[in-house]
Ligand binder design. Structure first.
Ligand code: ADP
Ligand code: ADP
Length: 227
C-alpha cells in the first residue's frame, strides 16, 4: 500500500463572499519510505497540501489516502487516532511547549496518543534525544535552547510514536545554514535507518537536492516531479 495516494484533490477557502480554490486537482503517489521535497512559490499550496495529508484540514473534493486510510469522510475521532499513530509533524516554528523540558516535549505525542504517560515513554524519549545529539539538554526547558536545538527536539518529538510518515513544513526555514544542514542530515539518517517517509516543504534548493525526489507546486497544482 502506498504511503500517500492523492487523486483530484481540491481545496477551497472562503474569502468573504468568494471562494478561493488553492488546490486545483492534485495527483500524487508517494511510496513508503520515500524522502520527498515539496518546492514552489509562496501561496502555491504546499502548506495546505501538508495540512490535508496530516488530517489537520479536510479536502474540498477528491480522494486522499495515507497508508490506505481514506482521509475523506472519516470521523474526527478516527482521524485523530490515525494521526497519533502514523503521522509526525515538524513545523517551521518548532511549537515546543516553552515551560516544559526537552524530554517532556518529546514525550508529549505518546501521552496524547495513550491518554497518559506510560513507564516506557521516558526511556524512549531519552533515546530519541540521544539520536538528535541532545542528551545533555534533556532536562533544559525548551525556552533555554537555541533555535537549532529546538528544531532538533521537534524532530525527536515527531518520531515519538514511530510514525510511517513525517510531514515537515519548512523545517529549516528559521535556521542558519549550519543548523539547517544538521537538521536535514538528521532527517536523511532517520529515513535511511528507520524507513520513515518524509514530505518536506522548503524554499531551499540545497535542502531539496538532498531528498530523493523533488515535487514542484505552482498555483495549486503539481508542476514538476523529479527524481
Ligand atoms: P504555501 O505553503 O505554498 O505558501 P499555502 O498552502 O500556505 O501555500 O497557501 C495557498 C493559498 O491559500 C494562499 O493564497 C493563501 O493565502 C491561501 N490560504 C492559506 N490558508 C488559508 C486560510 N486558512 N484561509 C484562507 N486562505 C488561505
Ligand atoms: P503499540 O501501541 O503500537 O503497540 P507503542 O505505542 O508502545 O506501540 O509504541 C509505538 C512504537 O514506538 C513502537 O512500535 C516502537 O517502535 C516505538 N517504541 C515505543 N516505546 C519504545 C521504546 N521504549 N524503545 C524503542 N521504541 C519504542
Amino acid at each position: 500500500v502506498p504511503l500517500v495516494e492523492v487523486r483530484d484533490l481540491t481545496k477551497d477557502y472562503a474569502e468573504g463572499e468568494n471562494v478561493a480554490r488553492v488546490l486545483k486537482g492534485v495527483q500524487l503517489t508517494v511510496a513508503q519510505g520515500e524522502l520527498v521535497a515539496l518546492l514552489g512559490p509562496s501561496g502555491s499550496g504546499k502548506s495546505t497540501l501538508l495540512n490535508i495529508l496530516g488530517t489537520l484540514m479536510r479536502p474540498t473534493s477528491g480522494s486522499v489516502r495515507v497508508l490506505g486510510q481514506s482521509l475523506v469522510g472519516a470521523e474526527d475521532l478516527v482521524l485523530t487516532e490515525f494521526r497519533n499513530r502514523h503521522i509526525g509533524f515538524v513545523f517551521q516554528a518548532h511549537l515546543l511547549l516553552p515551560d516544559f523540558t526537552a524530554l517532556e516535549n518529546v514525550m508529549f505525542p505518546a501521552a496524547a496518543r495513550h491518554g497518559r504517560e506510560r513507564h516506557t515513554d521516558r526511556a524512549r524519549a531519552s533515546e530519541l534525544l540521544d539520536r538528535v545529539g541532545l542528551s545533555d539538554r534533556r532536562d533544559y526547558l525548551a525556552s533555554q535552547l537555541s533555535g537549532g536545538q529546538k528544531q532538533r527536539v521537534a524532530v525527536a518529538r515527531s518520531l515519538m510514536n514511530a510514525p510511517e510518515l513525517v510531514l515537515a513544513d519548512e523545517p529549516t526555514g528559521n535556521l542558519d545554514r549550519e543548523s539547517a544542514d544538521r537538521v536535514m542530515q538528521l532527517l536523511i539518517d532517520i529515513n535511511s535507518s528507520d524507513g520513515t517517509g518524509f514530505l518536506i516543504s522548503t524554499h531551499d534548493e540545497n535542502i531539496a537536492a538532498r531528498c530523493q525526489r523533488q515535487i514542484y507546486m505552482a498555483d495549486g497544482r503539481i508542476a514538476d516531479d523529479r527524481r
